[in-house]
Write a protein that binds this ligand. Structure first.
Ligand code: TXA
Ligand code: MG
Length: 317
């Protein structure tokens, strides 16, 4: 664990650190620290073809990273920054291709976490930060998850408590005709963004088809070590798997079968926000029990339910 002061010193002296955000914990380096950025890819075991999100401390810093920012992009920024929205915009030339994986577009967001906003603004530089987990593993929503997933980072964590929202930011890009495209389902619902823009989002076909370009879009992602199985009926699934060590991740109802080892409820009051906040941390808990399988059910397919279903599908493939 490190203090804010130590975190700033570490970043200034070329080290990488773990930062809290409202979505998930990130593994951060200054945008100019090329060896540090390479280290991030290495530690996460993440392919260099997967670009990183730049985190800014002030809305107007969008101007420092991106160019030709459209009215619609500003409108989204003013409505959702600081918050769980990432905008993919044309990058300024000086932004390293290592960050964007060779693309001329860069992903930018302003996290809604006081400690991390202070960190970025005191450092005086934006930082890059992918989620602080191993590539394809569960995203960390507290410091403990980071220590479990990448132990070598244990002494570099700026601990800001449990993440308020619990899943990653929603990512939006604009096509040549300035139409908004959804690149990743996230903590802001599609409906919410469409309401602000007064326009339907195009859903990137990389989200629906098997062809993938970027990591959030990889088929396997967010996955626990135990096999995750999506069920329609828990009792039937339990029967089929009765010889296995079974865990259940349920929205709000206990199944109470003697054949299961552990059962976690995401929200007793069936509140989708609470369920989202508890989603990854519940999977971390279940995954630490060395279960053979974890059974889950799909959520109702609207609002945040869509974002959770997206993660369930990827974690179970
Ligand atoms: O909530 C979040 O966004 C968290 C916290 C730490 O801020 N960060 C995060 O980063 O989820 P990461 O690296 O795990 O996922 C970044 C996603 C990738 O799926 C990638 O596809 C997309 O952002 N991305 C980054 N740069 C991009 C670009 N230039 N064009 C298109 N997609 C990009
Ligand atoms: Mg990630």
């Amino acid at each position: 664990m490190i203090t804010l002061k130590e975190a700033i010193l570490k970043l200034k002296s070329g080290n990488i650190i773990v930062i809290p955000t409202e979505t998930v914990y990130g593994l951060a380096s200054s945008i100019f620290n090329i060896p540090g950025i390479k280290k991030i890819f290495e530690l996460k075991e993440r392919p260099l073809s997967n670009p990183l999100i730049i985190h800014i401390g002030k809305i107007n810093d969008l101007n420092k990273i991106a160019k030709n920012i459209s009215y619609k992009a500003w409108k989204l920024a003013y409505n959702f920054f600081p918050g769980p929205l990432t905008l993919v915009l044309e990058k300024k030339n000086y932004i390293s291709n290592l960050i964007t994986a060779g693309s001329n577009k860069v992903a930018i967001r302003m996290p809604n976490h006081q400690l991390t906003l202070k960190l970025i603004n005191k450092l005086g530089l934006p930082i890059v930060a992918p989620s602080a987990n191993l590539f394809t593993y569960l995203s960390p929503t507290n410091a403990e998850h980071v220590r479990y997933s990448i132990p070598i980072l244990s002494n570099s964590i700026l601990d800001g408590g449990a993440c308020n929202l619990g899943i990653e930011s929603t990512i939006i890009e604009f096509n040549k005709n300035n139409k908004p495209i959804l690149l990743r389902y996230g903590a802001i619902s599609v409906e919410n963004i469409e309401f602000i823009l007064q326009e339907k989002l195009l859903i990137d076909n990389r989200l629906t088809k098997k062809k993938t370009l970027y990591p959030g879009m990889f088929k396997k992602h967010y996955a626990p070590k135990s096999k995750l199985i999506i069920c329609e009926n828990f009792h039937k699934c339990i029967k089929l798997n009765h010889k296995k060590k079974i865990g259940i991740l349920s929205f709000n109802e206990m199944t109470k079968s003697p054949l299961i080892k552990e059962e976690i409820l995401l929200s007793k009051s069936k509140n989708i926000k609470e369920a989202t906040k508890n989603f990854f941390s519940s999977l971390y808990k279940l995954d630490s029990l060395n279960l053979d399988i974890i059974l889950v059910k799909k959520f109702d397919n609207h609002g945040l339910g869509v974002s959770l279903n997206d993660r369930l599908l990827k974690a179970s493939s």
